[in-house]
Write a protein that binds this ligand. Structure first.
Ligand code: BTN
Length: 303
């Protein structure tokens, strides 16, 4: 495995430019860059627990995560300089949070797609509910993931949106418990989209559209994002298998972000983020077992 950027090499985070771009969209917004932390999601949830009165939007960026977490208790591997790992915590005045991770995915995919080289036959797709895929001649490979968690105190609900993106190729440790019959595809990285895009540059590009999307979601929920998600839905029309054993054909998502799967016993609506979905026909190529960047590990489940 090639080594991470030496600790002595500083990473120049554009914290002030980020603050200037995001504060008008999320009043009270602050930015913190942490040289090392277990997980930016865990740290934000810890801080919310210890100071529940703190309801202002807060961005935590980690240069190194020692215990990064993915969905369903998996671990999320990253490497200093070669990965972008951050979490945005904010209060959202909404009772119905369904579809939030899809909205985050739409914002990320649209922003990053602006960096795709002209004439290059590649696109960024979204795999329900929280994966960004780079889809090109090499197949479908995971570019990043989203972990949305929530916490509430005294009736006020805070959301923590955690995002992990591969910036440069990572040679990651093999899955601790590979799924028999699946060959793990190497993850994709932003460098394949735009070699000039480093972690600080990507963060600066991503945050303002993300803040706008979160604000829009807070006001009107997932429904206004439905068409934009559909345009990037990487599962639509494909045979899929759910982690509960159900098989069917993915038929897009509803107004609430639920995945519709046409099964032998009728249309099923999948709302639980605890259920994972895998395309059947391309399973070996897409490696949707635990991929190298999301190895199974005991950990906190999304709340
Ligand atoms: C997934 O694909 O399962 C979601 C991965 C989310 C990883 C990010 S990295 C920043 C934040 N901190 C974490 O521990 N996880 C999220």
């Amino acid at each position: 495995m090639t080594s991470a950027l030496p600790q002595s090499d500083p990473i120049r985070w554009p914290a002030e430019a980020i603050w200037l771009a995001v504060e008008p969209l999320l009043p009270g917004f602050t930015v913190e860059v942490l040289p090392e932390i277990d997980s930016t999601n865990t740290e934000l949830l810890r801080r919310l627990r210890s100071t529940p009165a703190r309801l202002e939007p807060l961005l935590l960026v980690a240069e190194t995560q020692t215990a990064g977490r993915g969905r369903q208790g998996r671990s999320w591997q990253s490497r200093r300089g070669d990965s972008l790992t951050f979490s945005l915590g904010l209060p959202l005045a909404r009772t119905d949070w369904s579809g939030l991770s899809l909205v985050v995915g739409v914002a990320l995919a649209e922003t990053l797609s602006e960096h795709l080289p002209a004439g290059h036959d590649a696109r960024i797709g979204l795999k329900w509910p929280n994966d960004l895929w780079l889809i090109d001649a090499a197949g479908e490979r995971k570019l990043g993931g989203i972990l949305v968690e929530t916490a509430s105190w005294d009736g006020v609900r805070q959301v923590v949106v955690g995002i992990g993106l591969n910036v440069r190729p990572l040679e990651l440790a093999p899955a601790a418990a590979p799924v028999p019959g699946f060959v793990a595809a190497p993850p994709a990285s932003l460098s394949e989209i735009d070699p000039a895009l480093d972690a600080p540059g990507a963060l600066l590009r991503i945050l303002p559209p993300l803040a706008r999307a979160l604000d829009a979601f807070g006001q009107a929920g997932f429904a206004p994002f439905g068409a934009r998600f559909a345009a990037r839905d990487a599962l639509f029309g494909r045979a899929v298998k759910l982690s509960d054993g159900t098989e069917g054909v993915a038929r897009g998502v509803g107004w609430d972000g639920a995945l519709h799967v046409h099964t032998a016993s009728g249309m099923k609506e999948i709302i639980s983020s605890e259920i994972s979905v895998r395309p059947v026909a391309t399973a070996a190529a897409t490696a949707r077992g635990p991929s190298p960047s999301e190895t199974p590990a005991p950990g906190l489940a999304p709340c």
